[in-house]
Design a protein around this ligand. Structure first.
Ligand SMILES: *Cc1c(COP(=O)(O)O)cnc(C)c1O
Length: 389
């Protein structure tokens, strides 16, 4: 079998072996419903509450502020619709950015259809929201703001804490999609003015289908899913026990060696970036040069198609993304790169390498050699490139 070099860790990650081990009993012997009053049920309940305490402690939050849900998409939806519905008597204006994940953009688009007024903030060429622009967009009808902590396509980190403070001073609910940041950035939510924060386990070596919405004490949001009294009546439904145990374990592990892993990934990422820009001409790096996540490298190779690069690298066993995973089926250029002012032509030639905790120097060396070969070959076939030469 061909060896796979997995450089698509922003799409999802491999579940850590210790996480698999921690989850196993809850798929097998400890299967009771945590709401059941018998001993078996109570044992599972205790395990879930321990997981909640662990997550709260790692985020600098209180236990009751941690709501388990089915992942990043559900957490974003709960934050956005929940805030809009609970506060619509106060106003109908919402602010977000043009570079959000579709799990934020599409709920906002839906609210627009339902009569809300949405401002989609622009970003600069590094993919960064401008705090001054944000302040200008504020109105007395603004009830809710959602700006992602870091972008999943280019890795740029946003000035979230400043924006959260401005919101708090005006009594506006502030939500951040921190899906790409959790596991790579430390949070101490008790010391910030963030009201709502979304995260999902499968982006930090946990299982798919489980996430958290942090809901700061006193934040008014309406539940969207009605049923039993689960999750402090914020989200009904029998808990995904194994998923929750796995999420907490994955989070604990990623915090334990965060600094070391970040440094290693950033070192390999910078090496990849330097070699590609040195050895291939007309290469552009998309994203903020410093203020970015340690594991993402978004590169544009002029005169070639991202999809062709992806498929060629794939034939050598290298997994990358063009656009984001959710948009890669469409021919539209990435909405993130478009918002950054990247031309359609350059956007179409962009791919994202996203490293993981297991990525090795050998894998990066092979990726460099293969990418250099692939780009040269594709350019040989590109009429645009030949016309230039
Ligand atoms: C992956 C991702 C999501 C969606 O999370 P799921 O758990 O897959 O629903 C939301 N926002 C960002 C920024 C992401 O990267």
């Amino acid at each position: 079998m061909q060896k796979i070099i997995y450089l698509d860790n922003s799409a999802t990650t491999r579940v850590h072996p210790s996480v698999v081990e921690a989850m196993k009993p809850y798929l097998d012997t400890s299967y009771a419903n945590p709401s059941s009053l018998h001993q078996s049920g109570r044992e599972v309940r205790i395990a879930i509450e321990k997981a909640r305490e662990k997550v709260a402690q790692l985020l600098g939050a209180e236990t009751k502020e941690i709501i388990f849900a089915s992942g990043g998409t559900e957490s974003d939806n709960l934050a956005i619709f929940g805030s809009a519905l609970a506060n619509r008597n106060k106003g109908n204006h919402i602010i977000t950015s043009q570079i959000e994940h579709h799990a934020v953009l599409n709920p906002c688009n839906e609210l627009k259809k339902q009569g809300f007024d949405i401002t989609y903030l622009p970003v600069d060429s590094n993919g960064c929201v401008d705090v001054k622009e944000f302040e200008k967009a504020l109105r007395k009808e603004t009830i809710f703001v959602s700006i992602m902590h870091s972008n999943n396509e280019v890795g740029t980190i946003q000035p979230i804490e400043e924006i959260a403070e401005i919101c708090a001073a005006r009594g506006i609910i502030f939500h951040t999609d921190a899906v790409q940041s959790v596991g790579k950035v430390r949070f101490n939510l008790g010391n910030t003015m963030i009201n709502l924060l979304s995260l999902t386990a499968h982006k930090f070596y946990g299982p798919k289908g489980v996430g958290v919405l942090y809901i700061r004490k006193g934040t008014k949001i309406q539940q969207l899913q009605y049923g039993g009294h689960h999750e402090f009546r914020r989200r009904a439904g029998t808990e995904n026990t194994a998923g929750i145990i796995g999420l907490a374990k994955a989070m604990e592990l990623s915090y334990a060696d965060m600094d070391k892993t970040n440094m290693r990934m950033a070192g390999l990422r910078d090496y990849l970036e330097n070699e590609l820009t040195k050895r291939i001409d007309e290469v552009k790096i998309n994203g903020h040069p410093q203020n970015r996540l340690p594991h993402i490298l978004n590169v544009a190779f002029k005169y070639v198609e991202g999809e062709s690069i992806l498929l060629n690298l794939d034939s050598h066993g290298i997994c990358v993304s063009s656009g984001s995973a959710c948009t890669s089926e469409s021919l539209e250029p990435s909405h993130v790169l478009s918002a950054m002012g990247v031309s359609v032509e350059i956007a179409h030639g962009s791919i994202r390498f996203s490293l993981g905790r297991e990525t090795t120097k050998e894998e990066i060396n092979f990726t460099i050699e293969t990418t250099v070969k692939v780009i040269h070959r594709l350019r040989e076939m590109s009429p645009l490139y030949k016309r230039k030469a």
